[in-house]
Design a protein around this ligand. Structure first.
Ligand code: PHE
Ligand code: ZN
Length: 879
């Protein structure tokens, strides 16, 4: 709990550490009543520090008791040091010494899930970003890298498995039924990559033969009840290991690679050296319990954590302002991997959707920050979409500008030059420049300036000269603390289409004979005009192909142009995007007017989509999804949420009625006879079929109802079962809905990953009764205030997805959320701070809503003893 006003930490204040740690020798004694942690740090003065300070300062947090301190083996007297709530200061230390510290901590009472804690009976750790200091006093910063040796002692029956980073070098029995295992990690690492696990777990083994012929032991550790849910993660891991060798030339370095699944985890997963720890929901899967989406998510998260072994662990961050150095780059690597494993276009659509819906919102709200932030109060609040997803886009743009081969040269140089170091995003960009000779100085603004660039595109066709001109103006909106921004270096991919849909050569000069049909224009000024020659008719422009930059594009598309692009653009992403823009336009036009008819053009376009089986069905499945309410809200100036909801529902209903027969045909055409597989093709077919079903149930179609109930009963996989359940929940068939919910729960109540989905289906549905339903779910015996996944699947999903209920007129949704945040603030401030997010954008809404959102924020602000995490979000939002 906070005792004084939280301090702001600035990048400009960065100083090299005064002391370094070469080696850490740890001994953990684990008991039911707590844990005793012995550490011996081999330390020396840092030659690169200019400080002459003789005293040593270590970080600490929530440590129950400091039991002893010793210097070079001699116990220190009380007056030789000073320990406070967050620091241990040793007044006088030599230039080289061994510091011994013994602390007593209580993992069983650790509800913050930072440091060492217990999750369903097992001990586990989470140290990123600053959790290690909850275990013992330590210079807890990523530029202090040390070799760790870790001995774990615990009861042998309760905790047969004892794990830490590196290789197990010694094990044996102790008195009183206890045993120990000692682990040694040969690679120096920052303490945020430290991990320990102790539990009664089953082990799944496999192996991987590396590019240089070494055999790596792959091990997964899970609770016995989950032993059948490991195969997919293991296979994903092997694919990721192979891919990183082939695409980045990166080989695994230790002899063992371990994955552990835990039920209580604040985030998705963690890349601890050689011992990745996962939120169960991000690693465990079986055909019966996990959806296709979950299978894909697991593959990408397993890959993400594995890829961190190079982009994050071997080369790590100098300080937490550089977080995107490892996260942006690693998200980029995992997105390339997923694209290679499935459909690149679909992956691009998913990434762009997330960015445009949620990251753009963040980037225009009160918490907006650059990819490399300048300051923070609580670093945990900066594990954001901007650091991760926009950071990924920034790396992607570097690759687009350099080309694949040059980018690989740059990444090779980066890994080689900085192996074993803690570096900055600037070092990353410099490696890209040095390897290729490209000047990326203006490009660096992507790291420094927050806000989503806005591109306004105008065009003009000069028939007599056969010239088509595109003028692109860029502007970057003000964000907290930043105004008058400089123009950025933006790769803008374009194409031009002729009347028959053919790709036209892009001649930037009259005599440009070998002009390509695809070009990446480089925008560097506030305004650019490009002239395309040799055009005998006015072309249709295809702008920002493949979403080549994380920007908003404004161009006065006509509905005819959009329909045309939807069926002709060779760029799959822009085909999808044209459909989205058309749908947005149609839905928006219904907002004011009550009775305006839904544009038959939209129906015609969707009918064509449904009919054409020659199209990439994965793309069709995506194109059939109407833009989400969240995206429509994000696009609107002062969004009226109930009106948006109604307009979207009207379009959906209208289309479902008009396309009923096509939807039924689509449903049947995509019923898969054979056994379940997670291939891109079968995933697409299930997705199409379930979308068709959802649309049919939306209009309470009797045949749809029959299909849904039988699909629900007969499905041999979770995608279809949950698809049917969701369709029923969102229909008017109350009896079928309740029956399905009950039978689903009865069947899966002992499986937390499935119960989470059962919660989400209900809390995210606008047809289940709003807040009343949410309260009911929170009273449910399987709801657990200590489990972040349950909190997210009920409260988070309600506030993030059940938008008409959350934005209900009287403000009950806002007050409810504020109450839950206040309640959670003491026990898990990290999760509490994340939950606040939907309220932070109160200024975007009209006063009827905005004022109530602000009042909800104020009620959180006024809670006494507010955590630093929540304090930062609330105060910045109200500022
Ligand atoms: N570093 C983790 C990842 O992105 C995320 C994480 C951050 C997990 C902080 C736990 C705590 O892979
Ligand atoms: Zn990561």
């Amino acid at each position: 709990m906070r005792t004084s006003q939280p301090q702001t930490i600035y990048l400009k204040d960065y100083r090299a550490p005064v002391f370094l740690v070469d080696h850490v020798d740890m001994r953990f004694e684990l008991f039911e009543s707590g844990a005793r942690v012995h550490s011996v740090l081999s330390m020396r003065r840092n030659p690169d520090s200019d400080s002459a300070d003789k005293s040593l300062e270590l970080d600490g947090d929530s440590l129950t008791r400091l039991e002893s301190v010793s210097l070079d083996g001699n116990p220190l007297e009380q007056d030789a040091y000073e320990d406070s709530i967050d620091k241990l200061v040793i007044h006088q230390v030599p230039d080289r010494f061994e510091l011994g510290v013994v602390t007593w901590i209580e993992p069983q009472n650790n509800t913050r899930l930072e440091g060492l804690y217990k999750s369903s009976g097992m001990f586990c750790t989470q140290c990123e970003a600053e959790g290690f200091r909850c275990i013992t006093y330590f210079p807890d910063r990523p530029d202090v890298m040390a070799r760790f040796r870790t001995r774990i002692e615990a009861d042998k029956t309760l905790f047969p498995i004892l794990l830490s980073n590196g290789n197990d070098v010694e094990k044996g029995d102790l008195e009183d039924g206890r045993h120990f295992v000692t682990w040694e990690d040969p690679f120096p690492k920052p303490c945020y990559l430290f991990a320990l696990v102790a539990g009664d777990l089953v082990e799944k083994r496999d192996s991987f033969n590396t590019m240089s012929g070494r055999d790596i032991d792959l091990r997964m550790y899970v609770e016995p009840r989950n032993s059948e849910k490991c195969d997919h993660a293991m296979e994903s891991l092997k694919r990721a290991m192979r891919w990183d060798e082939e695409v980045y030339g990166r080989e695994y370095d230790l002899d063992i690679f371990m994955i552990v699944a835990v039920d209580d985890f604040n985030m998705g997963a963690m890349e601890n050296k050689g011992l990745n720890i996962f939120n169960s929901s991000c690693v465990l899967a079986s055909q019966e319990t996990a959806t296709d989406l979950a299978f894909q998510r697991i593959e990408s998260i397993v890959a993400h954590e594995y890829f961190h072994n190079w982009s994050g662990n071997r080369v790590t961050c100098r300080d937490w302002f550089q977080l995107s150095l490892k996260e942006g780059f690693t998200v980029f690597r995992d997105s390339q991997f997923s694209a290679d494993m499935g459909s690149p276009t679909v992956k691009r659509i998913e990434d762009a959707t997330m960015l445009r819906t949620a990251q753009f919102a963040e980037d225009s709200g009160p918490m907006a920050h650059p990819v490399r932030p300048e300051s923070y109060m609580e670093i945990t609040n900066f594990y954001t979409l901007t650091i991760y997803e926009k950071g990924c886009e920034v790396v992607r743009m570097i690759r687009t500008l350099l080309g694949a081969d040059m980018f690989r040269k740059g990444s090779d140089l980066y890994f080689e030059r900085h192996d074993g170091q803690a570096v900055t995003t600037d070092d990353f960009v410099r490696a890209m420049e040095d390897a290729t000779g490209r000047d990326l100085s203006q490009f660096r603004l992507w790291y420094e300036q927050a806000g989503t660039p806005e591109l306004t595109v105008r065009d003009q066709y000069d028939e007599a000269a056969g010239i088509y001109r595109l003028t692109i103006d860029q502007a970057i909106p003000d964000t907290p603390g930043q105004t008058n921004k400089k123009p950025q270096h933006i790769p803008f991919a374009v194409g031009l289409l002729g009347a028959e849909g053919e790709s036209l050569p892009l001649k930037l000069a009259v005599d440009d004979v070998e002009a390509p049909v695809d070009r990446v224009l480089e925008l560097t000024e506030t305004s650019h005009t490009f002239e395309f020659h040799g055009l005998s008719e006015r072309p249709t422009p295809s702008l920002l192909r493949d979403f080549s930059a994380p920007v908003r594009v404004f161009y006065p598309w006509t509905r005819e142009q959009l329909t045309f692009l939807m069926s002709h653009d060779p760029d799959g992403f822009n085909r999808w995007d044209a459909g989205q823009r058309l749908a947005v336009d149609v839905i928006s036009s219904l907002l004011g007017a009550g009775s305006e008819a839904v544009d038959p053009g939209l129906i015609k376009a969707y009918r064509a989509l449904l009919a054409d089986s020659s199209l990439d069905q994965a793309l069709v499945a995506k194109m059939l999804q109407l833009p989400s309410e969240a995206y429509l809200i994000e696009l609107a100036e002062k969004p009226n949420v109930p009106a948006i909801h109604k307009a979207r529902e009207r379009v959906l209903e209208h289309m479902a009625r008009a396309l009923r027969d096509e939807l039924l045909a689509c449903y049947h055409r995509n019923t898969i006879a054979g056994s379940y597989e997670v291939t891109p093709e079968s995933v697409a077919r299930r997705s199409l079929r379930n979308t068709a079903l959802a649309w049919l149930l939306h209009i309470d179609d009797e045949e749809g109802r029959a299909l849904a109930t039988s699909q629900f009963a007969d499905a041999d996989n979770m995608t279809d079962r949950l698809g049917a359940l969701r369709a029923l929940v969102n229909s008017g068939y109350e009896q079928e809905r309740e029956q399905a919910l009950t039978s689903f729960y009865e069947r899966w109540k002992s499986d937390p990953q499935v119960v989470e989905q059962w919660f989400s289906v209900q809390s995210g549905s606008s047809r289940t009764g709003g807040l009343r339903k949410i309260h009911e779910l929170m009273e449910h015996p399987t709801f657990d205030w200590k489990n972040p996944n349950k909190i997210r699947s009920v409260i988070g999903v309600f506030a993030g997805q059940n938008l008409p209920a959350f934005h209900e007129e009287e403000g009950s949704g806002y007050r409810f959320l504020a109450e839950q945040v206040r309640r959670l603030d003491d026990s898990n401030p990290q999760i509490a701070a994340r939950l606040v997010s939907p309220l932070t954008r109160w200024r975007k809404f009209a006063p009827v809503h905005g004022d109530q959102m602000r009042m909800a924020l104020e009620s959180i602000r006024d809670k006494s003893g507010l955590s630093r995490d929540v304090y930062e979000v609330v105060h910045k939002s109200l500022a």
